[in-house]
Design a protein around this ligand. Structure first.
Ligand code: ARG
Ligand code: ZN
Length: 853
């Protein structure tokens, strides 16, 4: 049984009773303890004078003073999470506090903590309260100055804004002062202290401001930031061009940190990055990692406007900054790389992860109405579905009016903390369109399913759309762009910019229904599931002729999903024919567009098949059916694939991205088909490619192919693992990769052994994810094996104490049991009930509690 947990509700939002106009912090770091002296300028914000209640967690309070006078112990009350000044002066006053904290024993990686020798912070969402007493809510914006005082062993002392002072004291300590001219909430505060290497560059903004670009790493990583620096410049120039947004400080700083709960953090002027999202050289980053670094650099940089200059009123509005910023970084990648490929990959990601979340126990709207622990809401719904909602706005009002709405938003709300409604208001005003109904996308959860049917109507046809809604939900307003094709693929009518806003509505077209194929929801304009019954040959016509590149790909996707789903129930080799046909056609043109070819022959994630099949499915059978299909394709297409593999021999020197990357990924997909078919003819080429590789992508691709082959011949995979470990064990990011490959291909025993490996640690989030995240999401045979759930649960129970944020994330695959087979469901519930008894953190309790409801 879950105890009643504290729920925070959007409906209870109230403006703060007190505001803070200025903050002056002095942070004195010493080994074993850090002291924070805070001076806060407070201003009454309520009509009647209210007590001042500050947030704090794990603070040792040394003193509290008002207007320079130390308070007696009975003038304030300290609990585990609050400091209350019972009768503060009316109007304005200055509060001074001194607290002591122990960053060295902070394993949650929130607030001020240590990563290796470096001190760093993570304050979003509610980490600042672990540093000092404060009004730790995003609608309290202040001007900050920070002094960092540290031993000489830590010459690099960083905080937000511009550096305004730098000295070495008589006793040899370092003291650096920072001043941030832009008002900001506490979650954007950052501090870094250590002995770091600086790599610098410059950028001149459109209006001529000279900006220093400073990227800091530990010594060993100093040679891995060129690509990040180039990406920062691209991001700065792009935001000027595309959104009219310039950078606004003298320096833009990025720090790479090895122990980090998330990807990166947009602290004002001092972005902090997980090393995995910023370091990139051919030897430590795959092609995908390069693209990720560029996108995340963009993402955090774009937050400078969408998040920092205009921030969120409360955490229910998180998607205001995250959805908009993901939309912005997706556009950045689309402009820099291939727009069609980026769209395909984003939709595939959304269907794999967000649709599954929305169908599971933690489903929530883009603007949740309540939460127990806000850290649990940094989700694919808030981020990726939120971005799709922003994209729909752009589709509905047009690109120019969208830009006008965005300009209005930044101008009207600069320096303020606002809501999702404020954002839509600007789009509504700029376009003159009524977006009242559209706002349901923010409050209603779940993936809308849309049934599409075509019926004869006189000498034309009627196309009917029906929204299947959850109980109590009202219809969504969405764009539904369509085109019409004849049964032979001839274009009949293009650019029908239909919109849906009713449970059921239909459109009449002049084409007879027996000769009509509708290309629906072009470009995936609306984030919905379309049910439009076509057979494989009709889908094949669209897969060849649809002029909308996304829908052309998607028609092929549906062929694969339907065939795979059918194959799970009936392993009939004939079901594979349409997939073979599709792959044949794609491979015939691989030279024209290898990236698109790779997207066509990349099979969907198992979760999309599970979603298609509905209730009572064993995920292991879904995986085995997929492997059987791959094997059969490998056997049937071997002779076609062999010469293509030869044509995809690696090109040196390595370049990340572009044609080269597309060819590497295509090679890997095709070689895997042969490996599934137990075709040993590739073994020699594989060994040669692995040994001769000048980049990580090829090394990992070879290991992936060998991992597939390991089923019938484990020796090659084992020797590659041995070689890779010997060559790269000094690189933490590559050890992560080494663990990931084993978590993906190992059996239950092999994975249990990984947890005992000397280099495994639950304390490092990247390492923990490398084993547990991969094992639970990508290795169903091991995860569902006897002991698999318990293995995860043991780790979650330990993370519940040391790092609950990570524990609550890693447990999620176990909570998605609803549609598994009966025995799997029963085992999962049993293990979750056991966990529910031991977990204490709000993070884990919320996720497990919802899963057991
Ligand atoms: N705002 C950051 C980003 O999207 C994510 C930080 C989330 N941190 C957390 N502890 N939940 O770039
Ligand atoms: Zn973000």
């Amino acid at each position: 049984m879950t105890d009643a947990t504290a729920v925070t509700r959007l409906a209870d939002y109230r403006a703060p009773d007190w505001l803070i106009s200025q903050v002056a912090l002095t942070v004195t770091i010493n080994d074993g303890e850090t002291e924070i002296a805070a001076t806060l300028e407070l201003a009454q914000n309520s009509a009647d004078l209210q007590p001042l209640v500050l947030d704090g967690e794990g603070l040792e309070t040394l003193s509290v003073a008002i207007d320079g006078v130390i308070l007696d112990a009975d003038a304030y009350v300290v609990t585990a999470t609050t400091l209350t000044v019972l009768t503060p002066p009316a109007g304005h006053f200055t509060l001074q506090t001194r607290v002591r904290i122990k960053p060295e024993s902070n394993t949650q990686l929130e607030g001020l903590y240590k990563s290796g020798d470096m001190y760093c912070t993570q304050c979003e969402a509610e980490g600042f309260r672990r540093i000092t007493w404060f009004l730790d809510r995003p609608d309290v914006l202040a001007i900050w100055t920070v002094r960092i005082d540290a031993p000489a062993s830590m010459p690099t002392l960083l905080s937000n804004g511009n550096r305004v002072g730098d000295r070495t004291t008589a006793d040899g300590r370092r003291q650096v002062d920072w001043s941030d001219p832009h008002p900001k909430p506490a979650y954007l505060f950052a501090l870094v202290a250590g002995d770091l290497v600086l790599r610098n560059d410059r950028f001149t903004t459109a209006s001529g401001r000279e900006v220093d670009l400073h990227v800091y790493t530990r010594q060993a990583d100093a040679d891995k930031v060129d690509f990040a620096i180039a990406s920062i410049k691209q991001a700065m120039a792009w935001d000027e061009r595309r959104f009219g947004r310039e950078y606004d400080l003298d320096v833009f700083q990025v720090v790479a940190v090895g122990d980090f709960n998330m990807g990166a953090m947009e602290n004002k002027g001092l972005n902090i990055f997980n090393t995995s999202c910023v370091l990139a050289t051919p030897d430590v980053a795959t092609d995908d990692a390069y693209e990720r670094v560029e996108a995340i650099i963009g993402h955090e940089y774009f937050h400078n406007w969408s998040g920092n200059r205009v921030t969120c009123r409360d955490w229910f509005q998180l998607s205001l900054k995250e959805g908009f910023t993901v939309y912005r970084d997706a556009e950045f990648t689309a402009d820099l790389r291939s727009r069609p490929v980026k769209r395909i990959q984003d939709v595939d990601f959304l269907r794999t992860h967000q649709f599954a979340e929305d169908a599971g126990p933690t489903s929530h709207p883009v603007r949740p109405a309540e939460y127990e622990e806000i850290s649990n809401f940094y989700t694919v719904t808030i981020y990726e579905k939120g971005a799709e909602v922003v994209r729909m706005l752009e589709t509905l009002i047009g690109r120019d009016q969208f830009r006008a709405g965005s300009d209005l938003y930044f101008e009207r709300f600069d320096g303020q903390a606002v809501t999702c409604d404020d954002f839509v208001d600007c789009m509504q005003q700029a376009s003159g369109r009524d977006l009242t109904q559209f706002r349901r996308w923010y409050s209603q959860n779940g993936t809308p399913h849309i049934n599409v049917s075509v019926a004869a109507d006189g000498d034309g046809s009627r196309i009917t759309f029906r929204q299947q809604l959850r109980d109590g939900q009202a219809p969504f307003h969405m764009p539904m762009p369509c085109s019409l094709y004849a049964a032979d693929g001839a274009l009949l009518e293009q650019g029908l910019s239909w919109e849906l806003d009713q449970v059921e509505q239909s459109f009449r077209v002049n084409q007879p229904s027996d000769d009509l194929l509708v290309s629906v929801n072009q470009g995936f304009a609306a984030p919905v599931r379309i049910h439009y019954a076509l057979d494989a040959s009709q889908r094949d016509v669209l897969a060849r002729h649809d002029l909308d590149g996304f829908n052309r790909w998607d028609a092929g996707r549906q062929i694969v999903i339907e065939a795979w789903a059918a194959y799970v129930g009936n392993a009939d080799a004939g079901l594979i024919d349409p997939i073979e046909h599709l792959f044949d056609a794609a491979l015939a043109q691989f030279e024209q567009d290898p990236a698109l070819t790779a997207e066509i022959i990349r099979l969907p994630d198992d979760s999309q098949i599970l979603d298609e099949l509905g209730a009572d499915v064993d995920p292991v059978r879904v995986r085995q059916a997929g492997d059987a299909i791959r094997a059969e394709l490998g056997r049937r297409m071997g002779e076609l694939i062999q010469p293509i593999l030869l044509a995809l021999e690696p090109v040196k020197p390595y370049q990340p991205g572009g044609d080269q990357a597309a060819k590497r990924s295509l090679w890997c997909l095709l070689a895997q088909l042969l490996a599934h078919a137990a075709d040993d003819s590739i073994a020699d080429a594989l060994t040669r490619r692995f040994v001769g590789a000048d980049n990580l992508t090829d090394r990992m691709n070879c290991m992936t192919v060998a991992g597939v082959m390991a089923r019938h011949n484990p020796s090659m995979f084992q020797s590659m693992l041995t070689i890779f470990h010997a060559d790269w064990q000094h690189e933490p990011l590559l050890l992560d990769q080494w663990f990931q490959q084993q978590a993906r291909f190992g059996d239950f025993d092999a994975i249990s052994a990984l947890l005992e490996h000397a280099d495994f640690s639950l304390g490092n989030p990247n390492r923990a994810r490398s084993v547990l995240g991969v094992f639970t999401r990508a290795n169903p045979e091991a995860f569902h094996a006897p002991g698999g759930y318990e293995l995860l649960a043991g780790c979650v129970a330990s993370l519940d104490v040391s790092n609950p944020q990570i524990g609550a994330r890693l447990v999620i695959p176990l909570t998605r049991y609803k549609n598994w087979s009966t025995s799997q469901r029963e085992r999962a519930i049993h293990v979750l009930k056991g966990l529910d008894k031991v977990c204490q953190s709000a993070d884990c309790r919320e996720v497990i509690g919802k899963a057991l409801k």
